[in-house]
Design a protein around this ligand. Structure first.
Ligand SMILES: Cc1ncc(COP(=O)(O)O)c(C=O)c1O
Length: 420
């Protein structure tokens, strides 16, 4: 999202953020659809159109965002019955959904099979047996991929979900019994291939490419050693986003270049129509999102200044550093009402009665004042969808979407009592 200064105010494609706040109130999220579209297009071009791009709904499950992405992406990574329902409501065909997650219930699996979900990404031997039994009771065949926890660790992933002891996927060294079940249940289990999602929030293009190459090798080994041919490989992704500083970008073109040959080799090397999928959440939507809150109070305490906002960790847990950050860092913050003012080092806090509600610690903000709008950049992923709205009972933020310079409300505010 490219904010520009015009007559002393920050604007998005000519629209003043203050104007938006006057019209819709604060706090709000604003998603720039054009920015998301550019991202998808950029990834496609980096991989020369040789991979299918799936969007991971968990990053931002807003219905209108999903609807808008329908014509852009090849499929969705979903992780619950709720995300499946939301995706179908957004108009995706069930075959375009890939269902992963370590705790799928029997009901969720049955529901996914009834609806015709395209890929069940199986995370354990127990789950595979359960799918076989449900499919058999329904007289149907399940399309399964096996999620593998590889035996290589990519240390450059800031969030590691594989390559070590983890609840995700089947350990690579324990694949034998899984292959047996697949071979013995050919009438109920249709094996598609493998899925490796070993981690995320990686800013190192070489490390991501290395991980993807390992995964393609693994797919060939699984095909050869276990005699179960992989027609599909889901390479995961883990593309990182620079939440805390501007102007720092993952080199996606380089990943594409490094992967060109290996992907081509895989696609050519086996049965016809071999598919290669990548699944991205934050990389597609983070930068397109802005969270905006208004300064409603100023307080000095023992030499420090605190500006109190009308929204905080209740709306945007990640910006408060409470969504699993080991070291708290400030999101990129702008004073939308006075971007050119002299910077003042201050604390930005939300309205909650907890010291955890800290949206900026010793952060430099251009001349903050009561009434100003404060914007938190890179707030399109794991922000609205990953926040504890009910905590202390404030209203939820409204969500807005901008395309060109047309803005519309895409989810209304809700009160605590709406959840009764
Ligand atoms: C299986 C799976 N796929 C995709 C994602 C999306 O990750 P990101 O938003 O970092 O791209 C995740 C995130 O945890 C995941 O667990």
């Amino acid at each position: 999202m490219k904010l520009k200064e015009h007559e002393g105010k920050l604007c998005l494609r000519g629209v003043r953020l203050e104007e938006i706040a006057e019209r819709y109130g604060t706090p709000f999220y604003l998603y720039d659809l054009d920015c998301v579209r550019e991202r998808v297009d950029f990834v496609r071009r980096a991989f020369s159109g040789k991979v299918e791009v799936f969007y991971a709904v968990k990053a931002n499950s807003n219905l209108e965002l999903l609807r808008a992405l329908r014509s852009e992406v090849d499929g969705l990574d979903v992780s619950s019955a709720g995300e499946i329902e939301q995706s179908l409501l957004a108009g995706y065909p069930p075959e375009a959904l890939s269902f992963a997650g370590p705790g799928k219930t029997g009901d969720e699996l049955r529901g996914a099979l009834e609806r015709g979900v395209g890929i069940l990404s199986v995370e354990s031997l127990r789950e595979l047996r359960e799918i076989a039994s449900i499919a058999s009771s329904m007289g149907t065949k399940a399309n399964v991929a096996v999620r593998i926890n590889p035996d290589f660790l990519v240390k450059e992933f800031a969030i590691k979900m594989g390559g070590k002891a983890t609840q995700f996927g089947v350990d690579e060294e324990a694949l034998g019994p899984v292959a047996d079940v697949l071979r013995r249940n050919r009438e109920t289990l249709h094996f598609l291939g493998i899925h490796v999602y070993a981690g995320t929030q990686c800013m190192d293009a070489e490390a991501i490419a290395r991980n993807m190459r390992h995964t393609l090798d693994l797919a060939e080994r699984v095909s050869a050693e276990y005699g179960i041919g992989c027609r599909l490989v889901n390479l995961g992704g883990g593309f990182g986003v620079s939440y805390y500083e501007e102007g720092h970008e993952l080199d996606v073109d380089r990943i594409g270049q490094r992967m060109e040959e290996p992907i081509e080799g895989f696609r050519e090397g086996g049965p016809a129509q071999r598919r290669v999928v990548i699944e991205l959440g934050r990389y597609l939507v983070a930068e397109a999102g802005l969270y905006v809150a208004r300064v409603i109070g100023e307080k000095r305490s023992r030499g420090e200044t605190f500006f109190v906002l009308d929204g905080g960790m209740n709306h945007h847990l990640a910006a408060s550093g409470n969504l699993g950050a080991t070291l708290r860092k400030n999101y990129v913050v702008k004073n939308l009402s006075d971007p050119g003012g002299a910077p003042e080092v201050c604390n930005l806090v939300g309205p909650l009665c907890t010291p955890l509600d800290l949206m900026g610690r010793a952060v430099a903000v251009p001349s903050p004042k009561v009434g100003d709008l404060i914007g938190f950049l890179n707030s399109g992923s794991y922000a609205f969808t990953a926040s504890p709205f009910l905590f202390l009972g404030h209203e939820t933020p409204v969500e807005l979407m901008i395309t060109g310079n047309a803005i519309r409300e895409v989810r209304r505010r809700r009160r605590l009592t709406d959840f009764n």
